[in-house]
Design a protein around this ligand. Structure first.
Ligand SMILES: NC(=O)c1ccc[n+]([C@@H]2O[C@H](COP(=O)([O-])OP(=O)(O)OC[C@H]3O[C@@H](n4cnc5c(N)ncnc54)[C@H](O)[C@@H]3O)[C@@H](O)[C@H]2O)c1
Length: 347
């Protein structure tokens, strides 16, 4: 058997592929367009593994996806491919509509029209808690029946894709599963996102930008725990169901950045004896910035027996350590050296 992963060269997708091979012999086909967020270096350790095949391409390319389905006859498609950065969705929403909505639609169509599906086949769509919008301080955490109320072009495009996926279950009997996960952190995250951005800027002596008052709350989950949740959903989830995945770690952005700074103070003290937190700089808030996310994971814990293994403290220490030990990874991504290589490689 084989699984077809899309967007497997991105942050969560590459962690998923590496975790998968740590526990399975089942082959993986990775279909990724290698946008700015995709990085084959993340998967260098498995690049020549006979169980692994990389294909550069678009989930919206019907002919390509149809061919890959015929060739590899996967028992599951796991859709990670997306435009994923809220700030980019504000300055350029079109790419989000194109990949997250149109791309997911075409992927669903290719799967629907593929006649090689076995009864065990599953389509797992990886989505976000951001589709539920924002919470007031005393609201209960998002559950699977919370109202869908996205506030950014990113979350709106993900919500639209979730709706399409759901409709293919009800209309075409496609055995779909949807997971809505909270903010992830861990190795291989593109340094435009809060955690790697702060680590990178702190070490480079640059400002650590904090939007607005920094009191926006996010529910943090270590990426490895997200991967184990996805495996649980794939193995034991019921077709047509939605599973929320969260870390139970509600922290303000200020607290998160302070945790990074104190860990860095311990690991790599600044030469001048000052604290990395001194580099924090408040900047104008993001338009439509959601105030609070919190995810109720009771359903996946109860029905699928999943629970996270990393605490906020242990996960962040591990993550900071990883970025400290892999500075060349961040340097390559930020210097554009990796992008130049991709352009030359696939010219
Ligand atoms: N990062 C988070 O905190 C988080 C939380 C919950 C859910 N999610 C969801 O998980 C998924 C993966 O997120 P991520 O943080 O790894 O994103 P990412 O931006 O790091 O990676 C996205 C990957 O998709 C690829 N891609 C983009 N457009 C494509 C296309 N048209 N065809 C094929 N490949 C394409 C990119 O090259 C990249 O490798 C996304 O769907 C995202 O919405 C992310």
């Amino acid at each position: 058997m084989t699984i077809l992963v899309t967007g497997g060269a991105g942050f969560i997708g590459s962690n998923f592929v590496l975790d998968w091979f740590a526990g399975h012999d089942e082959p993986v086909v990775n279909l990724d367009l290698l946008t700015y967020a995709g990085n084959l270096q993340n998967l260098q350790s498995v690049a020549t593994d006979p169980r692994y095949r990389f294909v550069r391409g678009d989930i919206g390319d019907n002919d390509l996806v149809a061919r890959l389905l015929r060739e590899s006859a996967p028992r599951a498609v796991i859709n990670f491919a997306a435009e994923s950065h809220v700030d980019r969705s504000i300055t350029g929403p079109e790419a989000f509509v194109q990949t997250n909505m149109v791309g997911t639609f075409r992927l669903l169509e290719a799967v629907r029209h593929w006649d090689g599906r076995t009864p065990e086949f599953r389509f797992l769509h990886v989505s976000t808690d951001e589709v539920y919008g924002t919470l007031e301080p005393d609201d209960p955490a998002f559950s699977e029946v919370s109202r869908i109320a996205p506030n950014s072009p990113y979350s709106a495009s993900k919500a639209a894709s979730d709706h399409l996926v759901r409709s293919y279950f009800h209309t075409y009997d496609l055995p779909v599963l949807i997971s809505n996960c909270s903010n992830n952190y861990g190795p291989f995250q593109f340094p435009e996102k809060l955690v790697p951005l702060c680590i990178h800027n702190a070490l480079a002596g640059k400002a650590l930008p904090i939007y607005g008052d920094g009191l926006q709350i996010r529910d943090w989950l270590y990426v490895g725990d997200h991967c184990s949740a996805l495996r649980a959903v794939l193995d034991r989830g019921l077709p047509g169901e939605v599973y929320n995945v969260g870390g139970g770690n509600e922290k303000t952005n200020l607290d998160t950045v302070r945790t990074i700074c104190t860990t860095l103070d311990k690991e790599v003290p600044r030469d001048d004896g000052a604290h990395y937190a001194d580099q924090m700089t408040f900047v104008r808030d993001r338009p439509g910035h959601d105030r609070r996310y919190a995810v109720n994971s009771a359903k996946i814990q109860r029905e699928l027996g999943w629970s996270p293994t990393e605490s906020f403290q242990s996960g962040f220490e591990k993550t900071v350590q990883w970025y400290l030990s892999n500075r060349d990874w961040t340097d390559q991504v930020t210097s554009g050296a990796y992008r130049d290589w991709v352009e030359a490689q696939y010219a």
